[in-house]
Design a protein around this ligand. Structure first.
Ligand SMILES: [Zn+2]
Length: 463
């Protein structure tokens, strides 16, 4: 069966236009990753990277060496897995009161990485960031059908209860991560006040937003807290020259925006309007309401908030991205193109934004837009090859252009990232037969087959 028959590609494209072109696409991890959902958003990822980079540098790992992956989950938690990667829950980001609190947590988690602490989760997490397009669609479909929270419930329920014991470290390891974290904060010139406040509030369970219900203690369960531990941290922090250094105001402003957008995106819309009432015209309030209205399909209200934001900052790529997203998902595809083009340009083709533009171009159903779609998607994949959503769309572009071999190669790329080595093998092999011998794509088709065979062997070993 051809993977990208034009008619079904268009149908699929329309489905995507309705459902999955969100700036934030929830992408469940592979099965062994406990049913956690990765929540992807360009602005949030850029912020988290800027938060961890000075700490990673202080830890001797270097800027960009450690990724932060955001999980869509109301639990207040964070953990490390799969080498140099910190997973942070949206629940923790929403409950933190300032950027310094989050950096305190990140510093501690880096302490687990540099300490070589292995939890049982890490062992099976090699493929933890493999994401599946189909499930992303299902998640989006469920979100549309039953409200976002229902969808998150379905996807997050998984084995949450079992996760605590998987992630737990020993008290010795916790103490060593605390000490290392304190060193990294100090070296990066970040006050330990945030870290301390966060741990103290965890202990007292004084959280303001209250969307996490029974999960408030999770961080404490996986990183055992005690008065003793907090007292020890305080001793380290208080003598540090950075103790009185205020949180970087620029980072704090970005953090408040990201918090607002996550809350607007994740919390029930009526609660968003309580937390960010309509008489508040500051940027975070408008941002949160724009997402909440959009989720409630109140397009005009949503656009009014976005336009007010753009009046303040016409060149803000994330406001432009949101405007494009709202228009695209409301079926105003052609109007979505200019803001998405501008957002793509301003971010030098940040993969998540560029793939939304590629998607919008495809959704116009206009062949004249195909060359631009190809260019944009290739630029996105040039910066991040592990983006199955972009591969899928690039495959659709090639198929519509009549370039079946490259359509099959793109399909194979998408399948290898989505845990479908069988399909990847079939498509990559067919692509290899049809591509010019010795061309870069021909070589790539062979590489994908090797990867697919290796994946199949690992799967066979497990059974
Ligand atoms: Zn810990």
């Amino acid at each position: 069966m051809p993977k990208f028959a034009p008619a079904s590609a268009r149908l699929f494209t329309r489905l995507l236009a309705l459902l999955a072109a969100m700036a934030m696409v929830t992408q469940p991890l592979a099965a062994q990753a406990q049913g956690l959902n990765v929540l992807r958003d360009a602005e949030t990822e850029a912020l988290l990277q800027d938060m961890i980079d000075p700490l990673a540098e202080a830890a001797g790992l270097g800027e960009g060496a450690v990724d932060v992956v955001l999980l869509s989950d109301t639990t207040i938690n964070a953990f490390v897995a799969g080498g140099q990667r910190v997973y942070i829950y949206s629940g923790l980001l929403l409950e933190a009161e300032d950027a310094g609190e989050v950096q305190g947590v990140l510093a501690h988690e880096l302490g687990h990485i540099t300490g070589g602490h292995i939890n049982r989760y890490s062992e099976g997490a090699g493929n933890a960031t493999r994401i599946t397009l189909l499930s992303a669609l299902l998640a989006a479909a469920a979100a549309f059908a039953g409200g976002g929270d229902a969808a998150m419930g379905i996807l997050a329920a998984g084995q949450q209860a079992a996760l605590g014991s998987f992630l737990a470290f020993s008290r010795t390891q916790e103490a060593s991560a605390d000490a290392a974290g304190a060193r990294y904060l100090s070296e990066a010139g970040i006050s330990g006040r945030g870290s301390l406040r966060f741990f103290e509030r965890l202990e007292n369970m004084e959280f303001r937003r209250g969307i996490s219900q029974n999960n408030d203690r999770e961080y404490g369960r996986t990183h055992p807290l005690s008065g003793n531990r907090i007292a020890r941290l305080q001793e380290d922090y208080i003598v540090d020259p950075a103790w009185d250094t205020p949180t970087d105001p620029d980072l704090q402003e970005r953090f408040e925006r990201v918090q607002a957008k996550l809350y607007g995106y994740l919390a029930p819309p009526e609660r968003v309007l309580t937390a960010y009432p309509t008489d508040r015209t500051d940027v975070p309030s408008r941002y949160a309401r724009a997402y909440a209205y959009h989720r409630d399909a109140l397009m005009e209200q949503s656009l009014a908030e976005v336009d007010a934001l753009l009046a303040l900052e016409p060149q803000n790529p994330y406001f432009l991205e949101l405007k494009g997203q709202v228009l695209l998902e409301s079926g105003r595809v052609n109007e979505a193109l200019p803001p998405l083009r501008e957002a793509t340009r301003l971010t030098q083709s940040t993969p998540l934004i560029a793939s939304m533009l590629g998607h919008a171009l495809l959704a116009t159903d206009d062949r004249a837009n195909l060359p631009e779609a190809e260019r944009v998607l290739r630029a996105a994949l040039g910066r991040d090859r592990e983006n199955p959503f972009a591969w899928y769309q690039l495959g659709a572009v090639y198929q519509l252009l009549g370039d079946t071999p490259r359509a099959r190669l793109a399909s194979a790329e998408q399948q290898i990232l989505s845990g479908n080595p069988q399909g990847a093998l079939m498509n990559a092999s067919a692509a290899e037969q049809a591509l010019p011998v010795g061309s870069p794509d021909w070589i790539r088709a062979q590489d994908v087959q090797l990867q697919a065979r290796a994946q199949l062997e690992r799967m066979a070993e497990r059974n």
